[in-house]
Design a protein around this ligand. Structure first.
Ligand code: NAI
Ligand code: MG
Length: 366
């Protein structure tokens, strides 16, 4: 069982390469202690790729990503790139990867580890045991819709505009993923839009309702407006199981849900494409929810757990290694229980540790 696990590692910018490096230590451990080896390849993305090649993603790296079983991604961006033209900004590298690999389903779990329930901005009883999944449509909607632009108007002012577009097949395929996930969880899907004020929302609700009638066996579907959902997420987050929503609302609501868990530094994500009917494989990219954190980059204090948990998702969804994923998650639980904390999740009475020391103890737990 060697070497058919192709993983492309793209550290990116800022703390991206720092946390990815820690995951590679776990990959190393797996090769040595569990005889599970990965066919690893490394590449540049974001500002790092721009510095070397003048583009945030080269065609070669894109081809490697498409050819891989999974991409392990760090983060991109940094203040030194703020003045670059829009098309070569570091973020464009990630957006292009998502678009070209057709990664339309973004899974963002929000889970509260026992040892961390006091780190939430909400009261312990509101979040303890929280385990919800936000499923965000990732390749459509207002971030990609045409027309978009900034036009000069005759009166000397300007007009900036974007277009929200969703088609029936786009809504159906994300709806299917939502129902599949729900069947493996508590069987409930909340579909979120603003059908009260947006036509794309009217279509979204109609398509989800029809899809549920046709393919939603065993799943309870309800609908909620996005603004209400934001409110409910901070009022009573445990009412949800799977939330499925569009690109823009999903971006905002998943960040909101993220904070229920206490820290950005703890949150993984997976972005999946459709299953290829011939090969049975699907494109996948795993990345932490957080960005490149320029404020702490290079200081050795970044929390590696979000990247670790992203790798655990890769083990589970791309490499059929659920057992190893469980082991890794359990080791993280144990390290947190033992009282070790990176600065971002520091609590009274706990021991503050660096990025590498956090991984050292994780490896010891493993
Ligand atoms: P950010 O997530 O990089 O940082 C927000 C705050 O959380 C900072 O104070 C940071 O120090 C802290 N933080 C984040 N991850 C952490 C970790 N693992 N350990 C400890 N502390 C952590 O978001 P921000 O500041 O809005 O963006 C910084 C740059 O990252 C920008 O260039 C932005 O465009 C980019 N970005 C990239 C993303 C990606 O690559 N997927 C996602 C979000 C932002
Ligand atoms: Mg966001």
């Amino acid at each position: 069982m060697a070497s058919n696990r192709k993983m492309l590692v793209l550290g990116g910018d800022g703390i991206g390469p720092e946390v990815v490096k820690e995951v590679l230590r776990v990959v190393d451990w797996m090769a040595k202690k569990r005889s599970v080896s990965f066919d690893l390849q490394e590449g540049l993305v974001g500002g790092a790729a721009y510095d070397k090649h003048g583009t945030p993603l080269t065609d070669e790296t894109l081809a490697d990503a498409v050819d891989s079983d999974a991409v392990l991604f760090g983060a991109v961006g940094g203040t030194q790139y703020d003045d670059l033209p829009f098309e070569v900004k570091p973020e464009r590298g990630l957006l292009r990867l998502r678009k070209e690999m057709d990664l339309f389903a973004n899974l963002r779990p929000a889970m509260v580890f026992d040892a961390m329930a006091d780190a939430s901005s909400l009261k312990r009883d509101l979040v303890s045991g929280l385990d919800i999944m936000i499923l965000r449509e990732l390749t459509g909607g207002v971030y990609f819709g045409q027309p978009r632009g900034i036009d000069d108007l005759p009166d000397g002012t300007k007009k900036g505009y974007d277009t929200q577009v969703y088609t029936t097949p786009e809504i159906e395929r994300i709806g299917r993923v939502a129902f599949d996930l729900a069947r493996k969880r508590d069987g409930r899907v909340t579909s979120v839009e603003k059908a009260n004020v947006m036509m794309s929302g009217v279509l979204w609700r109609e398509v989800m309702t029809n899809l549920h009638k046709a393919e939603g066996e065993g799943v309870v579907l309800d609908h909620m407006y996005a603004d209400n959902c934001a409110m409910q997420l901070v009022r009573n987050p445990k009412q949800f199981d799977v939330i499925v929503t569009d690109n823009l609302f999903g971006d905002i609501l998943s960040d909101c849900a993220a904070m229920l868990t206490g820290s950005l530094g703890m949150l993984p994500s997976a972005s999946l494409g459709a299953v290829d009917e011939v090969t049975g494989k699907r494109h996948a990219l795993y990345e932490p929810v957080h960005g490149s954190a320029p404020d702490i980059a290079g200081k050795g204090i970044a929390n590696p757990i979000a990247e670790m948990l992203s790798f655990a998702m890769a083990l589970r969804y791309s490499f059929d290694m659920g057992e190893e994923a469980d082991m890794l998650e359990q080791a993280i639980q144990n390290v947190l229980k033992s009282g070790l904390r990176t600065a971002d999740i520091m609590q009274d009475g706990m021991a503050r540790v660096s990025t590498t020391v956090m991984t050292d103890s994780l490896l010891k737990e493993l």
